[in-house]
Design a protein around this ligand. Sequence first.
Ligand SMILES: [Zn+2]
Length: 206
Amino acid sequence: MAEDAQAFYDRVMAAGDSEELAAMSRMTSWGTFPFEGEGLRVARLQPPELPEAPRTGEGGRPCDVCERVASRASDDREVWSNERWRLVAFEPSGAPLVMMLVPIAHHDLPDLPDDLAAEMGVLMQHICRAVEAVPRIARCHVMRIGDGGAHLHVFFFARPEGFRQLRGSFLVVWDDLLPPYPQAEVTADASAVARALAGSYGGTAR
Ligand SMILES: [Zn+2]
């Protein structure tokens, strides 16, 4: 069983101050760490707050994903959809392409019906294949986190070829640090992925 929040907090507080914690970091030696080590300090862990605040789409908070589904005609971020899923492309950020797959019905991953879960697996594979088929994209990172919203959303991060530092999980941090990718390339590559998905799986590319 996981530690209760107070025990977790007390153990972290006893381990050292922010500079000592930074010195204990394993990630800083990975070669992909996006910050210089000199003067590095770890943010102080705030005391636990329980119960946690509800995410969007639960506990009486409106669901922004369902609201976008309801107004999908005016949502130009959507690049592909079928009767059960939609794929949206993000505005340009540091990575060449960032996309998100969401079910049209309000489900989180633990309560996703088996038929949708099975379809999600196939879609993830087809999307990954289409992203990695874009010239000069080396890898498509796929992840579900879900701490912000209760409506399932699966991220796809395209990793450009040739940059050793952009490999691995820090790509999502580099995505925020690097200047926005050119809009024309993001639009063209998102459309190419959508067309490839419509061709290999079905559904409609916008
Ligand atoms: Zn929802």
